[in-house]
Design a protein around this ligand. Structure first.
Ligand code: CP3
Length: 350
């Protein structure tokens, strides 16, 4: 039994005494405790050392008092397990040595099944077990994966991209090849998430960060069907699924019908409008602009009140930022956000 299950209740659109809150990238460089670990080891080593991943995961629970923990890892870990080589650089972020550009490369990728997933990424289940011990039932633990389209973006572009020219070139010149790649990634993602669920995560989030860069028609052809297959393929009996995308406004109705329990929103959409569009089908997560946290508590409070007010009464809201917290955010402002969401949402209910 969890001591604080407000996050899971909100995922299922059940009433809670306050609006639960967590922060995407909540264990990160804005915390001095995180930086102290990173001084000793590089990012990938941190992801692959269960004790360090667990330590990082628990930091925001102890320091900020958020209502959910999220596994410390990266969406590109299972891509490495499919046979691609990835490096994390200071300036350019993740970089693949040989981006996917040909049929032979797609053919060469392997799909780790249940046993291979455990074998190639033993540190994932080990970290989850350590985190669950450290949490001692205080709050639920969220597992995650990149969604197939977003993973394909990194695999084809080779690094973070602004215009997505390589993946879109493939999309328009050789769509069967892109479908073949997405199909393989989908298989790998299903096994990867099921491994996390077996190890004990309470919910999972699918990051389809770059799906908002697609036209609605292309979203329906190249992103949505694979998200739906992942959601159908995972053992979600007791495990709500959150589907996050950046730039949701043009694709929100499709996300609402995807089978996900929660839709994660970026900050460019009014959460009240989003609720009217899909809120009878799903819970909503979001959606403060991460840059608001550059301002102090008074300014943060005003923005929190506005979002709570726009969402309105009734259950099904999980407070979060509209994208990951930025590395130069003052940690006391992140802490203020969590306290303010709790205060303002409890006073709204009483
Ligand atoms: O939310 C969490 O706290 C869980 C951990 C987590 C990280 N990355 C840690 C991380 C999660 C869920 C991710 C997801 C992720 N990774 C996404 C999807 C979400 C999003 O932000 O859109 C993407 C696109 C990636 C790929 C990635 N990893 C990039 C582009 C970068 C470099 C950019 C950056 O912020 O540095 C990373 C590195 C990364 N992932 C860091 C962390 C804490 C920073 C690593 C460091 O210490 O240098």
């Amino acid at each position: 039994m969890l001591k604080n299950d407000a996050f899971l209740k909100a995922c299922r659109r059940e009433p809670t005494d306050f609006t639960p809150v967590w922060i995407m990238r909540q264990a990160g460089r804005y915390m001095k405790e995180y930086q102290a670990i990173r001084k000793r080891v590089d990012f990938l080593t941190m992801c692959k050392t269960p004790e360090l991943a667990a330590q990082a995961t628990l930091l925001p629970i102890d320091i900020l008092g958020v209502d959910a923990a999220i596994l410390f890892s990266d969406i590109l870990i299972p891509v490495e397990a499919m046979g691609m080589e990835v490096r994390f650089t200071e300036k350019r972020g993740p970089v693949f040595s040989t981006p996917i550009r040909s049929e032979a490369q797609v053919q060469g990728l392997s799909i780790p099944g249940p046993a291979e997933s455990e074998e190639r990424m033993p540190f994932i289940a080990d970290a989850i077990r350590l985190i669950l011990q450290g949490l001692d039932h205080r709050v639920p633990l969220i597992g995650f994966s990149g969604a197939p389209f977003t993973l394909a973006t990194y695999m084809i572009e080779g690094e973070t991209s602004k215009n997505f020219t390589w993946i879109k070139r493939m999309m328009y010149t050789d769509p069967p090849l892109l479908h073949k790649l997405l199909d393989k990634i989908t298989g790998a993602v299903i096994h990867y998430l099921n491994m996390q669920i077996r190890a004990g995560v309470h919910a999972v989030q699918l990051f389809d960060t770059w799906a908002g860069s697609l036209s609605p028609d292309d979203y329906q052809e190249f992103a949505l069907p694979y998200v739906e297959r992942v959601i159908k393929g995972i053992d979600k009996k007791n495990c709500p699924v959150i589907l996050f995308a950046n730039g949701v406004s043009s694709i929100l109705e499709y996300m609402g019908n995807s089978g996900a329990d929660v839709n994660g929103l970026d900050w460019r959409i009014d959460i009240g409008v989003a609720r009217r569009r899909v809120g009878s089908q799903v819970a909503l997560q979001g959606n403060l602009d991460p840059c608001v946290l550059y301002a102090g508590p008074d300014e943060i409070r005003g923005h929190v009140q506005a979002i709570l007010h726009k969402y309105g009464t009734g259950p099904g809201h999980i407070f979060n930022l509209g994208h990951g917290i930025l590395p130069d955010t003052p940690v006391e402002h992140a802490k203020a956000l969590v306290d303010i969401v709790h205060e303002e949402s409890s006073s709204k209910r009483s």
